[in-house]
Design a protein around this ligand. Structure first.
Ligand code: ZN
Length: 338
């Protein structure tokens, strides 16, 4: 197990008010917040969180009882105070509900500090252009490792299919069973919409792959959403590098899923990902490693790995093992800038 796990609650921003010990009696009884409203954190800008509470956009900050506990985009929170969303109002977040998933990153592979960047997502959409710029499989591999580690379903979203045949790239990922959709410039997005429907999808991709174009096409008023954040913070531009969670238009007022844009994620350090975290995502391979020696990393140079036994007996698709081992290796490749 990675020792980094203890940094789970590390704040994503500096919350540096010193804890003054002994100035007030500690009580075991935590206040009850039965009358608190429930909201979802859609973005964070310099310690101010924007929440959606019953459809209203509410500005809030962390209340004292939360201490250093991080609040991140996607968190479902309990909030008290003025939740009207009226201009100038400020509510207080008093509780963070348990997270179903967490997407973490370390800034670099040798950075011991792990930070949760998004909570409660269900899918990681890796947006990659098929050409201009050329796809970088190293980067896709690293994003896949992050997805499997976070127990998010991966989705390859391959853009600019009008420029290059997706087959070359898809052949690299087929044996892993990674689902994929392709889009063309100016083309329809039905296939992508279907893949995102009902999910909370983190969109990851470096500049030039067409991610912003997709976001604007999927959420026609994405610009307005950002504009509202500006209103709230009173600044002219949304300067935060925080993730931004946007509702996908659905029937009536109900969103048909969510997308989370991630302008702030420039790289994924994967130092915290252990072989066991990764192989769990591939149940058939996991079973084959039951008799591995203790501490086996399942890499190609392990002397008695169950994967090699299965390969020798013809019990497993060699390409699947090779691809899995490529993902294992991707953990130790220096992080690519997105
Ligand atoms: Zn093994």
């Amino acid at each position: 197990m990675g020792t980094n796990r203890r940094y789970d609650e590390q704040d994503i921003e500096h919350y540096d008010r010193p804890r003054r010990r002994g100035t007030r009696p500690r009580t075991k009884e935590r206040p009850s917040y039965d009358d608190a409203a429930t909201g979802t954190v859609v973005t964070i800008d310099r310690g101010r969180m924007t929440l959606l509470v019953d459809g209203a956009r509410v500005t809030a900050m962390k209340a004292r009882p939360l201490g250093r506990k991080a609040v991140v985009v996607g968190d479902r929170v309990k909030v008290v105070g003025d939740v009207s969303g009226a201009e100038g109002s400020l509510a207080r977040i008093v509780e963070v509900e348990p997270r179903s998933t967490v997407l973490r990153r370390t800034a670099d592979d040798d950075d011991p500090v792990e930070r949760v960047v998004v909570a409660n997502a269900t899918q990681l959409a890796i947006v990659t252009a098929l050409a201009d710029p050329e796809p970088r499989t190293g980067l896709i591999d690293r994003a896949l490792v992050a997805a499997y580690d976070a127990k998010l379903a991966p989705l390859l979203c391959l853009t600019k299919a009008d420029l290059a045949d997706p087959e070359t790239l898809l052949s690299t990922y087929r044996s892993l069973g990674v689902p994929w959709v392709v889009t063309q410039r100016g083309g329809r997005l039905d296939e992508l919409r279907d893949a995102l429907a009902g999910q909370t999808s983190v969109l990851l991709g470096h500049s030039g792959v067409g991610k912003s174009t997709l976001v604007n096409a999927l959420v026609p008023d994405a610009g307005r959403e950002v504009g509202q954040v500006n209103e709230v913070t009173g600044r002219g531009r949304h300067t935060s590098t925080s993730a931004l969670m946007l509702p996908l238009p659905g029937e009536g007022n109900r969103p048909d899923g969510w997308i989370i844009d991630t302008p702030g994620i420039r790289s994924f350090g994967l130092a915290h990902v252990q072989p066991e975290d990764l192989i769990e995502a591939f149940g058939d391979l996991d079973e084959l490693t039951e008799d591995c020696p203790r501490g086996c990393t399942h890499a190609a140079d392990e002397p008695e790995c169950g994967l090699d036994v299965a390969l020798a007996n013809g019990e497993v698709d060699p390409e699947r093992v090779t691809s899995f081992r490529r993902l294992l290796d991707a953990r130790s490749v220096p992080p690519y800038l997105l």
